[in-house]
Ligand binder design. Structure first.
Ligand code: NAD
Ligand code: WQD
Length: 345
């Protein structure tokens, strides 16, 4: 298929791109580089032996999007582009609604104009908010607690309404739990700007010596060791989920799937796994809870298994080992000079 990948140089999209190129798909990537580095394109080329088309453009820009749809015969769109920092979304709600909701609307309108009828959308477990029951199924109550979460739920609703109005349109909303890990080659991974918000990038920057210590946000939760429990999912497994979701592109309607492993890992378990794999110390201090955090969150991913034939294959050690390899080979992320990288490979 000819697939347009929005947010194409981002963390999850870049891993998915390598997987899709290996499966024989043709890709067109679009990204405004708001949260990614152009160097990702060289790494994709190195891993896949192919350089996909790339456009530096904003999905909110009608002229730019319509030029891309004019230049390429697109069969399906995988829509990753968006902003994802929960804390920032509370400080800049209008910006988040503009980028995530209005941007998605613009994309859908251009798809409609060019009669492109298949969409995969990056949704998030954050749409469930504070779970009333665990594990979370796709039928669990939706109650997003953040502006970011509400943007994801709004886009899911817009997509569902569009599917109802156009019975030939197929959409798959994938609700990712906590994506972590990196490509096993160590050539691609997560490269957050500034201080990481998420646990695993923070731990790996402590282990490599870029940060002094990890702040553990609360050890008084009603969990086995008192720290927060999450369903961490390897980015390679997520990438495979997208490949399999393409099977539904001939199946009109709005489909929703949880993508998680189904098991929860605590903050302290993650730290222990990282120490064991890296052999480096991870100094930590216990801090108060972070506002908005929930005690535990993990998926029931049975629907994805039954309908997509998808199941997470990689375990916690794989997630941590691949993150560490990426961090170790690229101490400055994608800023790491290619010569330095070659020395280490
Ligand atoms: P990312 O920031 O690495 O990737 C998003 C990409 O979109 C970036 O490259 C950014 O430059 C680009 N982008 C942002 N706004 C754009 C715009 N208006 N036009 C064009 N490009 C734009 O994030 P990621 O972790 O790869 O996440 C991908 C998607 O998955 C996002 O929609 C995110 O909300 C969703 N998601 C992420 C997580 C997570 O924890 N990583 C969890 C659930 C859902
Ligand atoms: C995991 C656990 C923290 C950092 C977020 C978004 C969610 C999704 C994934 C996009 C929690 C603890 C963290 C630190 C810590 N993204 N922690 N010290 O909050 O589950 O989910 O990312 O859709 O929408 O909300 O992930 O990695 O930030 O936190 O103790 O420095 O680690 O309290 O228990 P979270 P996270």
């Amino acid at each position: 298929m000819n697939i347009l990948v929005t947010g194409g140089t981002g963390y999850i999209a870049s891993h998915t791109a390598v997987k899709l190129l290996a499966a024989g798909h043709q890709l067109v990537l679009v990204d405004n580089l708001a949260n990614s580095n152009i160097a990702v394109l060289d790494r994709i080329a190195l891993l896949s032996g192919q350089k996909p088309h790339f456009y530096q453009a904003d999905i909110g820009n009608y002229a730019a999007l319509s030029a891309i749809f004019t230049a390429h015969q697109i069969d399906a769109v995988i829509h990753f582009a968006g902003l994802k920092a929960v804390g920032e979304s509370a400080q800049k709600p209008l910006h988040y609604y503009r980028e995530n909701v209005a941007g998605s609307l613009q994309l859908l309108e251009v798809m409609q104009e060019f009669a492109v009828k298949s969409l995969i959308f990056s949704s998030s477990a954050t749409v469930y908010g504070d779970p009333r029951e665990l594990p979370l199924t796709e039928q669990s109550p939706i109650q997003p607690q953040s502006v970011y979460g509400r943007t994801k739920w709004m886009v899911e609703q817009i997509i569902a309404d569009h599917c109802s109005a156009d019975p030939s349109f197929s959409a798959v909303c994938l609700r990712y739990f906590n994506p972590v890990g990196a490509h096993p080659s160590g050539l691609m991974g997560e490269d957050p700007n500034g201080i990481p918000n998420n646990l695993l990038p923070f731990i790996s920057q402590v282990a490599i010596g870029r940060r002094e210590q990890l702040s553990v946000f609360g050890n008084d939760y009603p969990t086995a060791d008192g720290t927060g429990v999450r369903d961490y999912i390897h980015v390679q497994d997520l990438a495979e989920g997208h490949r399999l979701a393409l099977k539904l592109t001939n199946n009109p309607g709005c489909h929703r799937f949880n993508l998680g492993t189904g098991s929860g890992v605590s903050v302290l378990e993650m730290v222990d796994a990282f120490r064991a794999v890296s052999g480096h110390p991870v100094p930590l201090i216990i801090c108060p809870r972070r506002t908005g955090d929930v005690a535990a969150c993990y998926a029931d991913a049975a629907k994805a298994q039954h309908e997509l034939g998808w199941q997470a294959q990689l375990n916690l050690t794989d997630m941590v080992a691949d993150t560490w390899r990426w961090q170790h080979l690229n101490p400055q992320g994608y800023q790491t000079p290619p010569a330095k990288l070659k020395e280490k490979l």
